[in-house]
Every structure is written in C-alpha cells, then in structure tokens.
Ligand binder design. Structure first.
Ligand code: 0L1
Ligand code: MG
Length: 253
C-alpha cells in the first residue's frame, strides 16, 4: 500500500512541477490515505529545497462548496515556493488552470495544535492580513472527488499576503471585492468563511493535531475562499479590496 500511495504522490508532484494536468485517480483512496499522499508529495517538495510555511483551509464557505460540489472542510500545506509577492507578477505557465480566491490570512506567533478556544486562537496570532489564494488543480478540467483534491494538496499552488493588521481588528463581516482587469468578478463577505474566519483557524488547529503536526510560530494559515474562485489567463491583473484592510494585487504574466 505504501508503495501505491508513493506512486500517486509522485504522479501529483510531477504534474504540479511541470504544470501538466493528469486524469482523475483510478485508486479509490480513503481520506486518511489521501492526506498521506499529500504528505508524501510535500516531502518531495521539501527534498527539492522548499520550506513549509503554513497551511490553507479549503471549503470553509458555502460558495466554494457549491462551486466544486464538495461539502467537507479540507486542508493543504503552503511552501515558500508558492509565495507570490504582493504587487508582483507570477508566470501563467507555472500553473495548469489557475483560479483566484479572496481570503483572510493569519500569521502565528505561538504554536497551535488541537482543540483551542477563541481566546487561545487570538492569543496565538501575530497579525491578520488580506490575502489572495491561487488554486490550481492538477486534475484535468479541475474535476475531482474529495479524496483526489486532498491528495493534490487541496489545489494549493500560490498565495499573496497583504500588509499586516493587528489581531484585534474585527474580521467577522468585512466586504470583499475580487476584481480581474478592473472588473469586479466576485463580491462577498469574510462572514462567508464559517460565519467568522477565526473559526477556520480553530479548525486548522484541530486538523493539525489529527494529522500529526503542529502549526509553528511564523506559519501562515489561510482561512479559505470567501467566494467562488475566478479563472485567470495570462496578462490578468487581480485585485482584492477588503473593507477596512489594505488593497492588494498581483498579475499573471
Ligand atoms: O479556499 C478554498 O476553499 C480552496 C479550496 C481548494 C480546493 C479547490 O477548490 O480546488
Ligand atoms: Mg482557498
């Protein structure tokens, strides 16, 4: 079995590295096996020199669940190789079929794992920032089952983090407008993320313990897309405006 999981991890890792789509998996993975594949593929990135810098939560909003037909929360891991500079540029050719999502990110100042209270979550956060996630499924046509997407690192492929705001700002219900080339494409609220993005951080901490790791000081946790994701082509300029937080942007070359 280990050999089979390693084989799937290798296929997904090569697909991500070469930005080439693969067919949906023939293997019927359990969810735990899918997270094992995710960890094996991540280990390959680390072996190539990438550093794990945090975690992204997925399907924390109805809009995302409806868009992809999945109704369970999942997570993926972030590496330094996925970071795109705010205001910067990333090559479209790095991705198979990228989509962007408006998000809220937390940076930790204390380790986190297991069940925690709202107070403990707040106490563990150094800052909050507006963020954009670039998701990119390695599966043809962006089609997958729950286990398939988990094995594919929950479509993690890029993230943009805006300027920091103190952890005391109220993020429960902030208006968010995601624009591409100056035209608003998705309009929503941070409240779409589990009713309050802090709940996503608490869920991330529970996932971390369940899957055998600890979130570390300095790690980034992305709370999940507040709206459906928007597909982007080369040349697209993406902007996120979040009520009360700094505006952020980047472009696909
Ligand atoms: O923020 C999110 O909900 C991302 C979900 C990742 C899975 C996907 O839609 O490809
Ligand atoms: Mg996301």
């Amino acid at each position: 079995m280990k050999h089979e999981l390693d084989n799937v991890a290798n296929r997904l890792d090569v697909a991500a590295r070469d930005a080439t789509a693969i067919a949906q998996l023939d293997e019927q993975l359990t969810l735990d096996e899918a997270y094992e594949v995710q960890a094996l593929a991540l280990a390959r990135r680390v072996k190539r020199g990438e550093r794990i810098v945090g975690m992204k939560m997925g399907f924390t909003s109805r809009a995302k669940m409806v868009q992809m037909g999945i109704d369970e929360m999942i997570f993926g891991r972030l590496t330094d190789g996925m970071l795109v500079e705010e205001g910067g540029v990333t090559r479209r050719a790095r991705y198979v079929h990228p989509r962007v999502e408006p998000e809220i990110a937390f940076r930790l100042r204390k380790p986190l794992a297991g069940r925690i209270s709202h107070f403990e979550a707040r106490d563990a956060v150094e800052y909050i920032a507006p963020a954009i996630e670039i998701i990119d499924s390695r599966y043809q046509n962006f089609k997958f089952s729950l286990a398939d997407v988990v094995a594919d690192n929950s479509s993690s492929s890029g993230f943009i983090i805006g300027p920091p705001h103190g952890p005391d700002i109220d993020i429960a219900n902030l208006g968010m407008v995601l624009s591409v080339d100056g035209a608003p494409r998705e309009i929503g609220s941070s409240a779409a993320i589990l009713g309050n993005p802090w709940r996503s951080l608490i869920a991330a901490s529970v996932f971390a313990e369940r899957y055998g790791f600890t979130l570390r000081p300095g790690d980034i946790v992305m709370a999940g897309g507040a709206t459906a994701a928007v597909a982007c082509e080369a040349g697209a300029r993406v902007k996120l405006e979040t009520q009360g937080l700094a505006e952020i942007s980047f472009s696909f070359r």
